[in-house]
Design a protein. Structure first.
Length: 493
C-alpha cells in the first residue's frame, strides 16, 4: 500500500466524521447524521497515543471548518474583490479552530484511559464553551447541537444547560455507538444509554410545559433592501418606501409593536433620524448606531412617543472592531473596514420597555451567545428581539446557522422571540423554539403574529451551571488521576 493509502487508512474516521458533520448543516440539513458522525473517530481515539489523538482531532476540526467557514471567503471576496487575499481569513479560521478539536480529541483519549467514557460528552461541551468565549476570536459556530434546531422537540434540555448541554447529548449517543462497535466496551455502555434516555425524556416533558401568558400582537418587518452591498445612494429611499408600507400593514393588523432590522437607523444621531415615518401610535423597535463623544455604539432603539435604547455588548472582530488597528493600519485600509471601531456597552446587557412590554434586544451576531439572552431573561424581558443584517452572507449557509441560534435562544430562555432581518431570515418563535411564522427570503413584507408574553419568569436560574462545569472539567481533566494500571499498548498522556 502506498503512503497515501496508509495515511487515509489512519485518517478516514476524521475525514468521514467531518464530512458527515457538514452534511448535517445547511445547505444539506441531514441533521440525524449528527448522532453517528463522531462514533468512528471516538472509537479510534481509544487506541491512539497522545500525539496521534491530537492529529486525529486537529484534522477533523480543520476539515470541518474549511466547510463551515467558506461563507467568510465569499463575504471577503464580495467585499474587497481580491480572491487570493480573501482566502487568508477563511484559511486562518480553519487553522485556529482545528486547535480546539485537537485538544478535545486528547481529552476524549484521557476519558477512555481512565475508564470514564461517560465524561467524553462533557469534555466536548467544555471545548465548545472555550471556543465560543475565547477572548477576541470568540465564535460559537458549528456546534454539535446546531443542526437539531429543525427538531425543537429534541433540544428542550437547552433550557436547563444552554445549547452546550444539547451538544453533550449528541456526543453522548456518538460515544454509545463507539462503545457498541467494540465488544469489550459493550457491557459498559448501559449507564450511558440510561443517561441518554433520561435527557430525551426531560426534553419531551419540557416541550409540553407552558407558563401563564398574555397575547401581544406584533408585526416583524423585512424591508427587502440589500443593506450590505446595495446602492448606498438609493438605500434611504428604498428603506423609507418599504418600511412605510410595512407600517401601514402593522396598523391594519392592530399590532402593538413593529420590529425592524439592525442598521435601519444608521445616522449616528441620538435619538436617530430614520428615513421612515415615526408615529407614537405605532411603537417601533429597530437597530442603528449612536455617537457619544468619540465613541460609536451599535444600539437597539425603541420608540413609543419616548425614546429608549440599549447598546450592543458583543462586537464582531474585523466587522465592528480591528485589534491593533493603530499598529496595523494597512489591515483596515485593505479590507475597507469602518473608519472607527465600534465600542461595546459598558453598562452590560440592558432590556428595553416599549409599548408596555419588556423586550430583550440582541443585535446580529449577539444572538449567537446564550449568555446575552440569559441576561435579558434575568432582567425580566418578556420576549427576545433579534435585529440583524444577514445581507453580508446571503447565498451561503451562514444565515441558516444564525437562524438556528435564534431558535436555541428561545428554548434556553423559554421566551417568545422575533427575528427581523433586512433580506431574511425573518421569523417568530414561541418559547419552545417552534416557528409561529416566517417570511420568504428577500421578500419585502411584514410578518403579523401574536406572541404569548409570559406573565411570570420562565428562565432557569442555573442554566449556566453546566457550561461552567464542562469548561472547568475540560481544562482540569489532564491533571486528574489516571487508572493505576493501563494496557501495555496505551501510553500515559
Amino acid at each position: 500500500m502506498n503512503r497515501i493509502g496508509v495515511w487515509f487508512l489512519k485518517r478516514w474516521p476524521s475525514l468521514v466524521g467531518a464530512v458527515l458533520f457538514l452534511l448535517a448543516y445547511a445547505p444539506f440539513n441531514i441533521w440525524p447524521l449528527m448522532f453517528v458522525a463522531l462514533a468512528p473517530m471516538l472509537s479510534q481515539l481509544r487506541k491512539a497515543d497522545s500525539k496521534e489523538a491530537w492529529r486525529i482531532g486537529y484534522l477533523f476540526g480543520f476539515v470541518l471548518f474549511l466547510g463551515q467557514m467558506f461563507w467568510l471567503y465569499v463575504l471577503a471576496n464580495h467585499w474587497i474583490h481580491r480572491p487570493v487575499l480573501s482566502f487568508f481569513p477563511f484559511l486562518l479560521t480553519a487553522v485556529l479552530e482545528g486547535l480546539f478539536f485537537g485538544w478535545v480529541a486528547r481529552l476524549a483519549r484521557h476519558c477512555w484511559l481512565r475508564g470514564w467514557p461517560i465524561l467524553i460528552p462533557i469534555a466536548w461541551a467544555g471545548m465548545e464553551v472555550a471556543r465560543s468565549y475565547f477572548p477576541v476570536v470568540a465564535l460559537p459556530w458549528g456546534l454539535a447541537a446546531t443542526p437539531l434546531y429543525k427538531a425543537p422537540l429534541l433540544i428542550q434540555t437547552a433550557h436547563f444547560g444552554t445549547i452546550y448541554l444539547v451538544s453533550a447529548w449528541v456526543v453522548l449517543l456518538n460515544t454509545i455507538l463507539a462503545m457498541v462497535m467494540d465488544k469489550e466496551q459493550q457491557p459498559k455502555a448501559r449507564p450511558l444509554i440510561a443517561a441518554f434516555l433520561v435527557m430525551f425524556a426531560v426534553s419531551i416533558v419540557q416541550s409540553r410545559l407552558s407558563p401563564p401568558s398574555r397575547p401581544f400582537p406584533v408585526t416583524v418587518g423585512q424591508p427587502g433592501v440589500d443593506m450590505a452591498f446595495g446602492d448606498r445612494d438609493l438605500r434611504s429611499s428604498q428603506i423609507a418606501e418599504s418600511v412605510n408600507r410595512i407600517s401601514d400593514q402593522a396598523v391594519r393588523n392592530h399590532s402593538k409593536l413593529l420590529v425592524l432590522p439592525e442598521g435601519i437607523g444608521n445616522d449616528s444621531h441620538n435619538p436617530p433620524r430614520p428615513p421612515f415615518v415615526l408615529d407614537k401610535s405605532l411603537p417601533m423597535l429597530f437597530g442603528g448606531q449612536r455617537d457619544e463623544g468619540k465613541l460609536t455604539y451599535q444600539t437597539a432603539f425603541g420608540f413609543d412617543g419616548t425614546w429608549h435604547s440599549a447598546d450592543k455588548t458583543r462586537l464582531v472582530i474585523f466587522g465592528e472592531f480591528v485589534p491593533g488597528r493603530s499598529s496595523f493600519p494597512w489591515v483596515a485600509k485593505t479590507f475597507d473596514l469602518p473608519t472607527d471601531d465600534l465600542s461595546a456597552s459598558t453598562k452590560g446587557v440592558q432590556s428595553v420597555t416599549v409599548a408596555g412590554a419588556i423586550a430583550g434586544p440582541m443585535l446580529c451576531f449577539e444572538a449567537l451567545f446564550p449568555d446575552v439572552s440569559f441576561q435579558q431573561a434575568k432582567n425580566g424581558a418578556q420576549f427576545i428581539s433579534v435585529m440583524c443584517i444577514d445581507d453580508w452572507y446571503m447565498g451561503t449557509p451562514a444565515p441558516d446557522q444564525l437562524k438556528a441560534a435564534s431558535i436555541f435562544r428561545a428554548v434556553e430562555t423559554g421566551l417568545p422571540l422575533v427575528r427581523s432581518a433586512s433580506l431574511g431570515s425573518t421569523l417568530a418563535l414561541d418559547g419552545h423554539g417552534n416557528v409561529l411564522g416566517e417570511l420568504p427570503i428577500g421578500t419585502p413584507a411584514g410578518l403579523n403574529v401574536t406572541l404569548q408574553l409570559p406573565t411570570q419568569s420562565t428562565f432557569f436560574p442555573f442554566m449556566f451551571a453546566f457550561p461552567g462545569i464542562a469548561l472547568i472539567f475540560a481544562v482540569a481533566l489532564p491533571w486528574l488521576p489516571k487508572r493505576k494500571k493501563l494496557e501495555p499498548t496505551e501510553e500515559s498522556a
